[in-house]
Design a protein around this ligand. Sequence first.
Ligand code: 2AM
Ligand code: CA
Ligand code: CA
Ligand code: CA
Length: 263
Amino acid sequence: MNIHMLDKYAKSLIKQAAIQIRSSFSEELIIESKSEANDLVTNIDKETEKFFIRHIKSDFPDHRIFGEEGFGDKIDNLDGYVWMLDPIDGTTNFIHFKKNFAISLGIYKDGEGIFGYIYNVMDDDLISAAQGQGAYLNDVRIPMLEKASVEKSIIGVNASWVIPNKFVQHDQMIELMQTARGTRSFGSAAIEIAYVATGRLDAYMSMRLSPWDIAGGMVVAKEVGAIVTTLSNEPINLLKQNSFIVSKPNLHEQLLSKYIILK
Ligand code: 2AM
Ligand code: CA
Ligand code: CA
Ligand code: CA
């Protein structure tokens, strides 16, 4: 299969999975807790991951899958093709709002992002990117990002930033909140990265994300000129959890130099 067919195949799997997720609303949801009471998973997260794995394993036996719910492979290197999948990013939104959740998928080859997808299931918006080929919102090319000042920017952050943390001094966080035009929190890292890529948010940051939350979004971000690093301005390591910032280029520099000052 050539690389263009792989892209079409991945998009088709995403759309099929989404149809199953939407139709699940007519059935009773089974909700369980994972590591802690607020860390939820449903039967649909698991079934969706299994759906992808069943197809990928059958059609690409030498590809590996790194999925949140653990039905894929144990990944300790990025050799060959690795599909990084979050079957439902924003499970709490899925359960409570029945919207604002996404299928997040990155296809990597020897550690390089080849394809990235973020599919907002209920909005029917597919953000996709192929390495070196630009990024698209459905069939429309997403323009390269332009500059933004802190004063005119909307920053994606969630309420956990008010809790003392190792990434920012409290005073600097207050100053950032007072200076920025606004903040937003959408409850899905993948959707928030997609919003930065499409210019709706100017930056998004999180203290801890997993590879499947960000792998697809990183391919998209690169294609529109967004900068992605950890909050310590280091490259992301897709084999472990990382702190995370994605931003318009000049804003990334301003945020890290002026506001996000490691303790
Ligand atoms: P999830 O819905 O796939 O679990 C919510 O703020 C965002 O953070 C979602 O993208 C969510 O992904 C992710 N998230 C939730 N719990 C997390 C955890 N314990 N570690 C890392 N990311 C988490
Ligand atoms: Ca989860
Ligand atoms: Ca996730
Ligand atoms: Ca998930």
